[in-house]
Design a protein around this ligand. Structure first.
Ligand SMILES: Nc1ncnc2c1ncn2[C@@H]1O[C@H](COP(=O)(O)OP(=O)(O)OP(=O)(O)O)[C@@H](O)[C@H]1O
Length: 964
């Protein structure tokens, strides 16, 4: 009996609504739609076109989009294609606009921060996702959400870092901006605090992230990291083959000897600290030390005092070693006074106050306050709740700080992060309240109003990297919440991709022959979270009646005895149950469910952090709102308890109990996240890991096939290739694609929207190459509904391609027209300039020669021009035929305004002649200049074979030695 609900909407094509392609296009557009072979008439999708298709079709490894897969669509065909591409190192493949990302594990050990992925080459497919989100956001103003999903270890965080970097490149001014550096520092700090080794992933994110990037006019101006922190139990009890949070190991590896002494950690190691040695104890000390230094530097970038944070972290580690035992007839005995003193010193209060807080409980019994001493078990639980509270509140404080970068100017490339709530944010309510405030106090400055208006109208681009499905052994309450989150994301995908398109087809009377069958996981979500009988609601009730794990499981079994998704694990386990999730069956151990869900820390312990007792401000601040509520009344402690995790509720208590439980809180946050997401246009990235053992470049068919099934990739390909996954309002369609039709044929009126739509489609189909569909093996059909036009993925791609071509052609035309006009306008001036240049062809005057040292006398023939000579001769009655004798060459040269007679000592600056000759004077040779040569610019140099004329530039003056 299958445990899945198949939602099948099988439709048959209605000829009245479908617009056929021109005859010569054949019936290829229905290649997928007509898998039954009825309407295609053996067209392109089948036998007739297959040979030519085979000839032109890309090989599997070149197939970038699975919608173009040939032959029968099966899981094996999808697997074969992914495998072929994997072998060709092509790790990204599209299914229409949905991207499949295969984790090859070839970057294992990457700390997965913005900085660590900086050297990684960007995949063009990821770039396309970002470009598309930015484009759609700027064109429509509509929020965009890039949603990464897949099981734990499938590479969601890795891909999210690449996407975020790309987003900064496209719209944030790149990685050199302050904003990027700030965000990179925040991720480095949060990775160490929020990731841990699990059985499925050595870098598993235990904090879910929704990174909200506010974009205005295509430029980022604000980022905010929403964190979903769940896995508190890991702080005090990591699972046997897993590890505690990375930061603890990094700290022990990276602290200097001096820091270790100051933090009371001297002499401790992973194997001597109880909170660490319960899990895996092996570590790469060098790598951890390196990451610790990076972490420390990044804390500095965020302006968070390093010592404050490590004091709290060291106290958490040491708290684990504080143990209690029951002694009959006496108080509970504390067995580790040294660690207790260290913890007290680190947290800034007295050891006695801490011991009191851990071992005594105040109860309110009908108005009377009664003090009791805890037994060892209770004291250990209180200790663990303190450790969890310190850890998760420190993380929350750091997230708040990371989100509080103030805006640095408004230019693109700088942005700020919001400084409001860090873990839980309801975008709508925040927006609404901002607008309301601005409206009611009109006197407030314009900037408030402007920012309110901007808030209300701006879209964001969000990147969602939530928890992936996992099946650890044993699985606790946190894992149930993680898997609920994963189910919810799967449901979100199902709704967007399958449900909404199939239902709207049905509503508008569009029928197609292909049945798309998908597994609806609503029954599983109901089992876990329905209001009355959901596992989580029943747990809350069990907590409120102070029941036991066994009674809880018993009630659950009764309430769901006919539910095929709730299963019994191995017989005899009274406090365990299994759930059949969309990605596999998980056995949960409910022994700690109630305590984890209560998530309580008593006021006896919280009051220790009040500034009366505690001198460490950072630690007091972690319990700020609880202390405020507690000390608003005179009696402290008074038997109330608070949540371990920081809560976003303004009310902290409901009577003596906290106002909410861990699962309620998580559920509310998940709801709020979904509320934000449903208003955004989603872009899906489906992540798949190539193997279960984190082996680089190993493709495990069984592992990949399991994920193909759970992620419903085959169903997605089916829908994208043959169904109508896209729909648009007629008006929206017309305004986007009207350029595909001659504008004179369009009416552009509201009532003629459908006619315009038809005109556009007619023009479009006339331009479709008859072979397109056959070559691409994909349907390019459409159908007109009542309010929408429905498009196949192939049609959408073709329409977009046509639009792009048209726009490019138009851009080229606009540019060439403008350039032509511009040149024509400037032509008269350009022509004048050219003519002027022609006239002065000799070009610009030669630069005047520089005066030279030791100027030789000018060449006699060039001293004056012939006309001047003639005029002078006729003026003085001289006979030009018998000119007066030329004056003798000067018997000196001029250097430094001084006349220097011959002979002169000179030194050769260069060899002359350069190519060598009969007589060669070598560079550096001393020569004797005896006079000016008749040749212009030459001096006579004495040589054993006579004199030679040497250009003056080849020599420099060297004073002759005084005669002896
Ligand atoms: N595209 C990739 N190329 C190379 N290595 C990758 C890629 N994606 C992920 N990895 C490596 O695989 C490991 C798991 O990736 P990652 O932590 O991103 O998975 P995840 O889906 O976020 O898991 P979780 O849900 O447990 O946080 C990491 O060590 C990472 O370095």
């Amino acid at each position: 009996m299958p445990l899945t609900t198949h939602t099948q909407i099988s439709l048959s094509l209605s000829p009245s609504h479908r617009r056929p392609l021109p005859t010569d296009a054949g019936s290829g557009k229905l290649s997928r739609l007509s898998t039954g072979g009825s309407s295609s008439g053996g067209g392109a999708g089948g036998g007739g076109g297959s040979s030519s298709a085979a000839a032109t079709a890309p090989s599997l490894r070149e197939l970038e989009d699975l919608t173009h897969l040939e032959g029968p669509l099966t899981e094996h065909a999808v697997l074969r294609c992914l495998h072929a591409r994997f072998q060709d190192c092509q790790f990204f493949t599209n299914v229409g606009s949905i991207l499949i990302s295969l984790n090859s594990y070839n970057d294992l050990g990457n700390p997965l921060t913005l900085t660590s992925t900086r050297a990684v080459a960007q995949a063009p497919q990821l770039q396309r996702v970002v470009n598309e989100a930015v484009r759609q956001q700027s064109e429509t103003g509509y929020p965009q959400a890039i949603i990464l999903s897949g099981s734990s270890g499938s590479g969601k965080t890795y891909a999210s870092m690449l996407l975020l970097r790309q987003l900064f490149d496209v719209a944030g001014g790149g990685p050199e901006t302050d904003a990027f550096k700030h965000l990179a520092a925040a991720f480095t700090v949060l990775r160490s605090l929020g990731s841990a080794r699990t059985t499925s992933n050595s870098e598993s994110s235990r904090i879910g992230h929704f990174i909200e990037v506010q974009v205005t006019d295509g430029a980022l101006y604000r980022t905010k990291i929403h964190c979903y922190f769940l896995d508190q139990t890991r702080v005090v009890r990591p699972l046997p083959r897993e590890k505690n949070y990375h930061i603890f190991y990094q700290m022990l590896a990276g602290l200097s000897p001096d820091e270790r002494v100051r933090l009371h950690l001297d002499g401790y190691s992973v194997s001597s600290l109880r909170y660490l040695h319960q899990g895996e104890v092996r570590q790469d000390v060098q790598e951890d030390a390196r990451r610790f230094q990076a972490w420390k530097a990044c804390l500095g970038v965020l302006g968070i005092p390093f010592l404050d944070v490590v004091r709290v972290l060291a106290s958490v580690l040491l708290l684990g070693n504080v143990t209690f035992v029951d002694r009959p007839g006496t108080e509970v005995e504390m067995q580790s006074p040294q660690e207790l003193q260290s913890v007290a010193a680190l947290l800034g209060f007295s050891p006695a106050a801490l011991q009191r807080g851990l071992t005594s409980r105040t109860h309110n019994v009908r108005g009377q306050l009664v003090r009791s001493l805890s037994d060892a078990n209770m004291a250990c639980m209180t200790r663990d709740s303190l450790a969890k509270a310190l850890y998760c509140r420190t993380v929350a404080t750091i997230v708040r700080r990371a989100n509080s970068l103030k805006r640095i100017g408004s230019a693109s490339g700088t942005l700020s992060s919001s400084d409001d709530s860090h873990v839980h944010f309801d975008a709508q309510s925040a927006h609404a309240s901002t607008v309301g405030t601005a409206g009611s106090r009109a006197s407030k400055s314009m900037s408030v109003l402007n920012s309110a208006v901007r808030h209300a109208t701006d879209g964001f681009i969000g990147i969602l990297d939530m928890f992936g499905f996992e099946d650890p052994k044993p699985s606790h309450l946190e894992h149930l919440c993680i898997n609920l989150c994963s189910e919810t994301m799967q449901h979100f995908y199902n709704t967007h991709i399958f449900k909404s398109s199939l239902e709207s087809c049905r509503e508008e009377g569009i029928v197609c022959e292909v049945g798309v069958e998908y597994v609806d996981n609503v029954p599983c979500i109901d089992l876990i979270s329905s209001l009355r009988t959901g596992l989580l609601s029943m747990l809350d009730i069990e907590c409120s009646v102070r029941g036991s794990p066994e009674s809880y499981v018993q009630k659950v079994r009764v309430a769901h005895k006919n539910n095929p998704r709730l299963l019994d694990p191995s017989p005899g386990q009274t406090a365990a149950f299994s759930v059949q999730h969309y990605a596999g069956r998980v056995a949960y151990t409910a022994a700690d469910f109630l305590d984890t869900n209560r998530d309580c820390v008593p006021d006896d312990l919280v009051s220790v952090f009040h500034k009366q007792n505690c001198s460490f401000g950072f630690a007091s601040h972690l319990f700020g709102s609880e202390l405020k509520a507690l000390y608003s009344q005179d009696t402290v402690p008074r038997g109330v308890s608070f949540r371990i995790s920081p809560t976003s509720h303004t009310e902290l208590q409901n009577g003596d109990e906290p106002v909410s439980t861990l699962t309620q809180d998580f559920h509310t946050r998940l709801d709020n996240l979904l509320r934000t997401l449903v208003h955004a246009k989603p872009h899906f990235v489906r992540c798949v890991k190539a193997n279960d053992s984190e082996q680089p470049l190993m493709f495990e068919r069984i592992t990949v096939m399991r994920q193909i099934r759970s992620l419903q990739l085959l169903e997605t390909v089916n829908l994208m290739a043959a169904g109508y996954p896209h729909r648009m309002r007629f008006k929206a369609f017309n305004s986007r694609y009207r350029l595909l039709a001659p504008s004179k044929l369009l009416r552009r009126t509201e009532d003629k929207a459908v006619d315009d739509c038809r005109t556009i489609l007619d023009s479009f189909s006339a331009t479709l190459l008859p072979s397109v569909e056959r070559q691409e093996n994909v349907s390019t059909g459409w159908a007109l509904g009542k309010r929408h036009i429905f498009l196949t993925e192939g049609a959408r791609q073709q329409l977009e391609r046509r639009r792009e071509q048209k726009r490019n052609a138009a851009a080229v035309l606009v540019q060439s027209t403008w350039r032509g006009w511009h040149v024509r306008r400037r032509w008269p001036q350009m022509r004048r300039n050219m003519e002027h240049r022609q006239r002065n062809k000799s070009g610009p005057p030669r630069p005047r020669p520089q005066p030279i040292a030791g100027t030789p006398p000018p060449d006699a023939l060039e001293r004056c021009d012939q006309r001047t000579i003639q005029q002078t001769c006729s003026l003085f009655g001289l006979d030009l035929e018998r000119p007066p004798p030329l004056p003798r060459a000067r018997s000196y040269t001029v250097a430094g305004n001084k006349k220097m007679g011959y002979p002169q000592g000179r030194i050769m600056k260069m060899t002359y002649p350069e190519g060598g000759g009969e007589v060669t004077l070598l560079k550096g040779e001393k020569v004797l200049v005896v006079g000016a040569a008749t040749r212009r610019g030459h001096l006579l140099v004495q040589h054993p074979s006579g004199t030679i004329a040497v250009p003056y530039q080849y020599m420099e003056l060297k004073p002759l030695p005084a005669p002896t």
